[in-house]
Structures are given as structure tokens and as C-alpha cells.
Design a protein around this ligand. Structure first.
Ligand code: C2E
Ligand code: MG
Ligand code: MG
Length: 642
């Protein structure tokens, strides 16, 4: 703003010749208009003039005033420039909206937050109402901090639609601006917090969801189960909790690859989701274990029907990544209120039912019964007992001869573990090995078996009996322990057994797992001179590559294939295939579970000459074996057959 002199002021400053306007001022001598006045030449008479009289002083004042104004104006300009620079160049987004939330002014940082390169572009779009308002004044009250009535809202985090529909998380501080009691504007600052927010959302997601399948995890399942139970209690309804487990997932993962395993889990998750109704909760609760909450069920029959339907849908062929696989799942079911009153009880009971389904249900699903609970108690009793089994000296070994059917000579002895429980009596290994494995107790127990078998083999030799190799079953958990080959070396040294008289029996699944650990352990064992056999061959997911890779020496054909030969054509075909494959790979082969003459004849025909089974001997005590080592089984071999 510039000061300009008023025109009137300029006129007045030129000086004036006053005329007297008041009758009292009229002087006949001087005033021609006065009555009786004589006309006299006009005499200029100057009356005192304040402006003129004080002219220099006024001018000075005005000038000073002008200078003051000029300075104030300049300061104002500078201040405005300063604040505009601050506004426009601020790294924080700033904006003003009208009371309805429509953008009036923004700075460059705000334009950038909204995904634009220029401020004008944003304001134009906002004017054309093409840019959705990011701030809704109607929600002002909802954004109030509890207990605080204020014109300022701080730290409001909103999802904002930016250019091209891109969504960003923006943190706002907004204040109401009033003028004479009327709301005139909202002023605010904004900060793009998308990265932080996404990290937060991801963290929250990870806390409640499974990353691989996108399903709720155990934590969220628990929360949902608690809520569903509360609703069911209120409405007097039943709910069912189904636990679904994919059979032998570890082996699938190891043999077909982790990528395949992951895809399979994703596929199962998707099927579970699509085959259950919307209000069911489907969660992933473990490696290959899923849970389903059926929130509103009438009776057990209805739940069984759902389980059956799911089994049909899940137990199917899966083809991807160039592989085809037939999946099998088991389902364990518990029902509220019959089987449990809270989430923990239901989870436990469904788990117990699932174990039962895995063990012996032909339908592959089971609904919890109290009798199953007894088994759970029994299992816990066994686990507790196993913890003290070594201290109480309750374990012992039996040995089963491996026989050359051409001569009847004992060519090997398999050490088989037995547990004589102080109260429960003799417990077979099938009833406790798995418990020992899951509790980790198999490690010290397995070491005991190894030491005992080696020292017994040495003891027979010292008695002058024929030296035959002893086979020791090794659990995958033991084998994967660091330093396993060193342990074997130490035991051999301690007992004085020569390494070629020790064979370790491994399962197929073991060879497929963690190739690195396997390679170094098998290399260490080979260096010692110990031999390796694959036990129960044909029941795992066999791959020929690993047999060569790990330099396995012998295959033991699983009993199930031998059981009904030669009548069972499928079993016979598998047994023949394994025998031929072993021959082709130059591996030794043994048939397990031979009980009958017909089986013996079949194996002889296939030139599988080493067998183990009740036909010759059941597992027997060390003393009994001592006798058998002397006699052999030549008397059981008919001359013609040999
Ligand atoms: P396995 O290693 O396959 O042992 C052979 C099993 O078949 C033994 O059962 C044996 O008694 C049985 N068997 C042998 N011949 C016949 C036959 O002609 N007919 C029938 N019906 N069965 C026969 P067992 O002793 O009950 O052992 C069962 C399994 O427990 C073993 O199967 C092995 O996997 C495991 N096991 C035994 N001892 C140990 C051990 O010290 N450590 C580990 N990790 N597992 C062991
Ligand atoms: Mg064995
Ligand atoms: Mg076996």
C-alpha cells in the first residue's frame, strides 16, 4: 500500500484568500458590500491560517508519518514473504479448508502427500470436486480425545485417497479457526505415515494371522473361540471345534520340496475356506494343522456330515509345480458343551480325537469320547514314566535274528527295545517310541540302546560265538542331533566293537530331511565304517536319488508288503520292484515279517535270501540269542529249498 496525498489537501495547501461570511464581521470601511461602504480598491487581507502557519511542522509530521507507514508496510511485506516461504517450503504438509472441509490452500509438501507435483493442480481438482475430501468435519466430534473438548485435534490418522486412487495413511493435526463466533476455516498439518502404518498393520497381521495362508493363527482362533463360546452359552446353542491335520507333512516337505509343501498348505487353506460357510472360523494352528469353529450346530450327526464332506474335498489329488500328490487329512472333533466348557478344553479334546483318528479310524475322523481321554491320561503316565526309565533301569533289549534262507545261518541281529514298567508291565516299543520322540527323551534312551547293543555284540564275541552284525534302530530326532557320528564312534571305542559289525536302521523320511545335516552325519558314519539300512522301506515317499547320495547299504522291505504274498498281487508287485531296484543299485535287501513257508518260497523265488521274521524266531533275550548263534537255523531249511 502506498500513501497518496488527498486532492483536497493539496488545494488547501496552496493558500486562500478568505472572505468574511459573517454579518458581524462586515466593516463598512473595508467591505464594499457593507451598507454605506465606499468602493475602494480591493485590499488583500490575509487572515491567520493554521495550516500555513504551522506548515513546516505539519509537513514534517506528515512526512514522519509517511515514513513510518512505509516502514510498517515493508515490515509487513517482509513478514508475509517470510511466512509464505515458511508455509510453501515447509517439509510438513499444511492446508486450510473451508468449514465444509473443502481445500482452500495447501503447501507443496501437502500436494506431494496427495501425490501431486503442483499446488495449483490439487486446488483445481479440489475446486472441481474431483479430489475426495480427506478430512470430514462431520467426524470432528468422533475424533475428540476422551474427556477433552478442544478446537484442536492432534495425531488423527486417516486413510486418504490420493491421486489416481492411491491410498495413503496420513497423520493430521487440525484446528478450528473462528472469527466473531463463526467457524471460518480448518487449518492443519499433515504427515505421510504410510510406511510406519503399514509396518504396524503388518506386525498386527503377523500377530493374528498366518502369513503363508492368510488364515487366522492360533491367537486369533483362541479369541474367536472365546467369543463364539460366549454367544453359544447365551443362546443355549452347541458349537463344534474341528482340528484337521494333513498326514505326514514333514515327509511331503522333505521329499517333494518345501515349495510344494507350502503350496499344498495354501491349497488346503483355500479349500477349507471355500468349503465352509461364511460364519465358520478357519485358522491355521500349526505346521499342517488347521482348526474350524462351527458356530451353530444341532447335533453330532450334523458335525459328522460336515467332517465327511470336508474329507472328500480335502483328500484329493493335488497337482502343481510339476508334481502330483494325493493328500490325506485327519479330523478330530469336540463339541460344546458336551466335551468341554472352554476353549482350552475343546482344543485339547479335539486334539485327542485327532490322534485317535490318525491311529485307527477308518473314516479318518473321530468325535471325542471320554474313553479317548483315558488314553490321553495313559499317554501322560507313559511320558512321566519315560522320564525315569533309565534311572530305574526298566529298559532292556531283545534281539531278532536275520537269517540267510539258503543256509539257515544267522547273518545279523536286530536290537529291539522293551520297557518293563513297574506298574503297567511290559510295554512294546510301538506304544512308547513316539512319546519318547515327541518329548525328546529318545535322545538319551537311543544312546542307551546303542551302547547296550554294541556291548552285547562284543560280549557274544568274547564268548566265542560267531561275530554277526547288530542292527540298531535310530530315530530321526537322534540322527539329527549334532555330534551323532562322534557319539557312535565313542560307543564303538568304548565297547570295542568293530564298526563293520554295527548297522544303523534309519527310516526313509529321515534321509529326505535336511540334506546338509544328513550328508555330514552319513559321511562321518561311513568314515567310521558303520553300515546304513533303510527300515520299513516302501512306506515312505521313496526317491531313488538319496539311496545313492547317502551311500545306503541295505533296504529292509516293510512287513506290510510281505504279509500276504504271494496271494496279495499288489504287495507282491511292490516287493518284487524293491528287490529288483536294490539289485540294480547294488544294495543288499532283506524282507521283514516273514512268518510262513509260502512267503519264504516267494522270496526265495525272487532271490531275496535274507529275511527276518517269526518264521525263524521272534525277538529273544540275549541269552536265548547266544544259543541260537551256536545252532543257527539250518534245521529249518529243507534240503530241496536250499
Ligand atoms: P522295526 O524296526 O521294523 O522292527 C521290526 C518289528 O517287527 C519288531 O516289532 C518285530 O518284533 C516285528 N516283527 C518281526 N518279525 C515279525 C513277524 O514275522 N511278524 C510280525 N507280526 N512282526 C514281526 P517291535 O519289536 O514291536 O518294534 C516295533 C518298532 O519299534 C520297530 O520296528 C522300530 O521301528 C521301533 N523300535 C524298536 N526298538 C527301537 C529302538 O531301539 N529305537 C527306535 N528308535 N525304535 C525302535
Ligand atoms: Mg528296525
Ligand atoms: Mg521295520
Amino acid at each position: 500500500m502506498h500513501f497518496r496525498s488527498a486532492p483536497g489537501l493539496a488545494l488547501r495547501m496552496q493558500g486562500s484568500y478568505d472572505r468574511c461570511d459573517h454579518p458581524a464581521d462586515l466593516n463598512p470601511e473595508t467591505d464594499v458590500t457593507a451598507p454605506g461602504a465606499q468602493l475602494r480598491p480591493f485590499v488583500e487581507r490575509r487572515r491567520p491560517n493554521p495550516v500555513e502557519d504551522y506548515w513546516p511542522e505539519s509537513l514534517d509530521k506528515i512526512q514522519r508519518h509517511l515514513v513510518g507507514l512505509e516502514l510498517a508496510n515493508k515490515a509487513l511485506q517482509e513478514s508475509e514473504t517470510k511466512f509464505r516461504d515458511l508455509f510453501e517450503g515447509a517439509p510438513l504438509g499444511m492446508f486450510q479448508t473451508n468449514p465444509a472441509g473443502k481445500l482452500l490452500e495447501i503447501n507443496y509438501a501437502m500436494a506431494r502427500i496427495l501425490g501431486f507435483e503442483s499446488v495449483d493442480e490439487v486446488l483445481e481438482q479440489a475446486a472441481r470436486e474431483e479430489l475426495p475430501a480427506f478430512f470430514n468435519p462431520d467426524e470432528w466430534d468422533q475424533q475428540r480425545l476422551p474427556g477433552k473438548e478442544s478446537d484442536v485435534r492432534s495425531g488423527i490418522e486417516l486413510k486418504v485417497s490420493c491421486r489416481n486412487g492411491e491410498m495413503k495413511w496420513v497423520r493430521f493435526n487440525i484446528r478450528k479457526v473462528w472469527n466473531q463466533g463463526r467457524l471460518v476455516r480448518f487449518d492443519g498439518t499433515a504427515e505421510d505415515v504410510t510406511d510406519r502404518k503399514q509396518a504396524e498393520i503388518k506386525t498386527e497381521f503377523l500377530a493374528y494371522y498366518d502369513l503363508l495362508t492368510g488364515l487366522p493363527n492360533q491367537t486369533l482362533l483362541h479369541e474367536r473361540l472365546v467369543d463364539t463360546l460366549a454367544a453359544a452359552r447365551e443362546r443355549g446353542r452347541r458349537i463344534a471345534l474341528l482340528l484337521v491335520e494333513l498326514d505326514r507333512f514333514k515327509v511331503i516337505n522333505d521329499s517333494l520340496g518345501e515349495e510344494f509343501g507350502d503350496r499344498l498348505l495354501q491349497e488346503l487353506a483355500a479349500r477349507l475356506r471355500s468349503e465352509t460357510v461364511k460364519d465358520c472360523v478357519v485358522a491355521r494352528v500349526g505346521g499342517a494343522e488347521f482348526a474350524i469353529i462351527l458356530p451353530d450346530v444341532d447335533d453330532v450327526c450334523q458335525v459328522r456330515a460336515v467332517a465327511k464332506y470336508l474329507m472328500v474335498k480335502l483328500n484329493a489329488e493335488y497337482c502343481f509345480l510339476g508334481q502330483t500328490f494325493n493328500a490325506f487329512c485327519y479330523v478330530g472333533i469336540s463339541i460344546f458343551p458336551e466335551n468341554g466348557a472352554d476353549s482350552e478344553a475343546l482344543m485339547k479334546r479335539s486334539d485327542v480325537a485327532m490322534c485317535r483318528a490318525r491311529e485307527d479310524s477308518p473314516n479318518r475322523f473321530a468325535v471325542f469320547t471320554e474313553e479317548m481321554n483315558d488314553r490321553l491320561v495313559e499317554r501322560l503316565t507313559l511320558e512321566n514314566g519315560l522320564r525315569q526309565v533309565l534311572a530305574r533301569n526298566e529298559l532292556f533289549l531283545e534281539y531278532q535274528p536275520q537269517v540267510d534262507i539258503r543256509t539257515g545261518a544267522i547273518t545279523g541281529l536286530e536290537a529291539l527295545l522293551r520297557w518293563k514298567h513297574s506298574k503297567l508291565g511290559l510295554i512294546p516299543p510301538d506304544n512308547f517310541i513316539e512319546i519318547a520322540e515327541t518329548s525328546g527323551l529318545i535322545v538319551p534312551i537311543g544312546e542307551w540302546v546303542l551302547r547296550k547293543a554294541c556291548s552285547q555284540a562284543r560280549a557274544w564275541q568274547e564268548k566265542g560265538l560267531p561275530a554277526v552284525p547288530v542292527s540298531v534302530n535310530v530315530s530321526a530326532i537322534q540322527f539329527r542331533q549334532q555330534g551323532f557320528s562322534e557319539l557312535v564312534g565313542n560307543v564303538l571305542r568304548e565297547t570295542g566293537l568293530s564298526p563293520e559289525l554295527l548297522e544303523l536302521e534309519l527310516t526313509e523320511s529321515l534321509l529326505l530331511s535336511n540334506a546338509d545335516v544328513m550328508s555330514s552325519t552319513t559321511a562321518g558314519l561311513r568314515e567310521l565304517g558303520v553300515t546304513l539300512a533303510i527300515d520299513d522301506f516302501g512306506t515312505g515317499y521313496s526317491s531313488l536319488g538319496y539311496l545313492k547320495q547317502f551311500k545306503v547299504n541295505r533296504l529292509k522291505i516293510d512287513r506290510s508288503f510281505i504279509k500276504d504274498v504271494p496271494v496279495d498281487a499288489d504287495g507282491a508287485a511292490i516287493a518284487i520292484a524293491i528287490i529288483e531296484m536294490a539289485r540294480a543299485l547294488n544294495l543288499a535287501v532283506l524282507a521283514e515279517g516273514v512268518e510262513k513257508e509260502a512267503q519264504l518260497a516267494f522270496l526265495r523265488k525272487q532271490q531275496c535270501y535274507t529275511i527276518q521274521g517269526f518264521y525263524f524266531s521272534k525277538p529273544a533275550s540275549a541269552d536265548k540269542i547266544g544259543e541260537l548263534l551256536q545252532t543257527g537255523f539250518g534245521h529249518l531249511i529243507s534240503v530241496g529249498a536250499a
